[in-house]
Design a protein around this ligand. Sequence first.
Ligand SMILES: O=C(O)C(=O)C[C@@H](O)[C@H](O)[C@H](O)COP(=O)(O)O
Length: 375
Amino acid sequence: MNESDVQTIEVALGARRYPVWIGRGLLGDSARWRARLRGRHALVVSNTTVAPLYLERIAQGLDGLHWSSFLLDDGEAHKTFGNVGRALEALATSGATRDACVIALGGGVVGDLAGFAAACWMRGIDFIQMPTTLLAMVDSSVGGKTGVNLPAGKNLVGAFHQPRAVVADIDTLATLPDREYRAGLAEVVKGAAIGDATFFAWLEANTDALVRRHTTTLVEAIARKVRYKAGVVARDETEQGERALLNLGHTFGHALETAGNYTALLHGEAVAIGMLLAARLSERLGMSEAPDTARLQQLLDRLGLPVARPAGMAPEQLLALMRLDKKNTAGTLRLILWRGIGKAQIVTGVEETAVLETLAEATSVNAASGRATAS
Ligand SMILES: O=C(O)C(=O)C[C@@H](O)[C@H](O)[C@H](O)COP(=O)(O)O
């Protein structure tokens, strides 16, 4: 793939429509993204791992503007209210006016927090997503969900605030650690598991190439997932219906992340385990068949993702956390389950006993690897 081969996927939201650019060398292609800035001020939000690698490239593109940076420590545990406050202070210190732009340079934590700060500053200013992890490229940078975690639960505070553009420079994936890369693949699998059985079969056929980060295969996987998500977001921006399907594996997953104090599991790892738990629960409720669960487990396993509830996270504790999920209504659990590969479904009023049994069932964990040893 050459630097000139850039894929553009539109998120069709009328006057707020925006492009997702996927390709090589995009961070350095400032002529492209700088045109999306409207004013003279910019705040680059990044973290202490990513900034040393890529901030200079962005700085060159911001030449002549009044810009500054705000850096988080790396990791989900830093997606906090306190850090949003600090980002807002940085905007104040720089004298940012309503035409300022926040640039999120990093993974999902940076993007969610920077987007939320942009949504809050003067009741909403522009922001641009520059995802540098696979997970952020295929999922969190697209669709305008911004926010922070509380000790009580993941993403409990936030706002829908769409970016002005998403700049997915796949060159940045070269520096992504293997564990983070595999975690991103979980969100690719999720898209296929929800609504595209053909894509799921393609992933099964291309597992080895994906694990090797074969460029063309990877770009195709990213583009397919982003195109699918962009379509859902355009039809249901604020999750009144269909968009909730994108939450497959997330009610379980968020509970697992919270139970692990946002440090035990990466988001994508928690989603991998969560999807499998959702598949098992679906099977228990008679909605789906064992061979579909087995295919999901096999694919996740081949991609090197964990597939079992980590020891030490008790079913009752996880259920209590799941009761605070944003999709729930009137005291009943509302989960995304499935009728097999490519057929996710919103189910309201799921019995807690079935959830507990699913959480407790015979998935023993090899403590050393976090991988399932039996099912
Ligand atoms: O964009 C969406 O909609 C999603 O649900 C995508 C999720 O993968 C993503 O993790 C999202 O931030 C979770 O949203 P939440 O509403 O469950 O906090």
